[in-house]
Design a protein around this ligand. Structure first.
Ligand SMILES: O=C(O)CCC(=O)C(=O)O
Ligand SMILES: [Fe+2]
Length: 277
């Protein structure tokens, strides 16, 4: 095995080479990738042409896969969802978010493969909740440690954009019914590394439960701005057949919406996670 890990910034991100993820990777490769993910939080692989079955097989080496309630998927491989600007309005990914925090057990991570890209534009940014948490002052960290926040599916999937056809409306209604707003800790402890990370995101977090509405609004505004500062984030300029693999437990991301009407197609396999604590 000749896996090479090249860190890309102090806060997070590393490029991985020397592994072909279209193959059924070895246990050693899997473990090395998992270690790299724990340390660097988002990994990038270049020149990895993978089909949906290979993508699902790779992702499934790290946990069971999630089938998304709203996004269309690859019919033969429903564990792989399709983000195609010709089919789906993906504008709501142009907000800093951690995936599916409206679930009691948000995703552990996701594997995203670039299929078709605009000539330029359409970059994606990730930010480290660990770096953001560690940079806060001790009194603020101490206060946040005891707080919980509400996460709401409808904040990033508003009815106006996801209920346009009767079919979509029925799916949206069912998803809302099955996913009422819920609470997660504001500071999450990584279940494997034990590191603490800020775990609120603009995409889904609506309220810090223990504070007044005014306090909650002001503090969330501060935390959203702090968490996504340039020094805690990284911006990836995609090439076709790039694959990104992020730890969704301690990061958030933002898909820049600067390329329409050009088409952009991405495939994502999402790995199920556990309840934040
Ligand atoms: O399209 C992208 O680059 C990322 C979209 C996104 O938010 C996701 O796949 O979770
Ligand atoms: Fe996302």
């Amino acid at each position: 095995m000749s896996l090479t890990i090249t860190p890309l910034s102090p806060a997070l991100g590393a490029q991985i080479s020397g592994v072909d993820i279209s193959r059924d990777i070895t246990v050693e490769e899997r473990d090395a990738i998992e270690q790299a993910l724990l340390q660097h939080q988002v990994l990038f692989f270049r020149d990895q042409p993978i089909n949906p079955q290979q993508q699902a097989r790779f992702a499934a080496r790290f946990g069971d896969l999630h089938i998304h309630p709203i996004y269309p998927n690859v019919p033969e491989t429903p564990q792989v969802l399709i983000l195609d600007t010709a089919v789906t309005d993906v504008r709501d990914n142009a907000v800093w978010h951690t995936d599916v925090t409206f679930l009691p057990t948000p995703a552990l991570g996701a594997v995203l493969s670039a299929k078709q890209l605009p000539a330029y534009g359409g970059d994606t940014l990730w930010a480290s909740g660990i770096a953001a948490y560690e940079a806060l002052s001790a009194p603020l960290r101490e206060m946040l440690d005891g707080l919980t926040a509400t996460h709401d599916f409808t904040k990033s999937f508003p009815l106006e954009r996801f209920g346009t056809t009767p079919e979509d409306l029925a799916r949206w209604e069912a998803t809302r019914r099955n996913n009422p707003p819920l609470s997660h800790p504001v500071v999450r402890t990584h279940p494997v590394s034990g590191r603490k990370a800020l775990f609120v995101n603009e995409g889904f977090t609506t309220r810090i439960n223990e504070l007044s509405e005014l306090e909650s609004e002001a503090l969330l505004k501060l935390l959203f701005a702090h968490a996504t500062r340039p020094e805690f984030s990284i911006r990836w300029r995609w090439q076709e057949n790039d694959v990104a693999f992020w730890d969704n437990r301690v990061t958030q991301h933002f898909a820049v919406d600067d390329y329409r009407p050009n088409r952009r197609v991405m495939h994502r396999a999402t790995i199920l996670g556990d309840a934040p604590f």
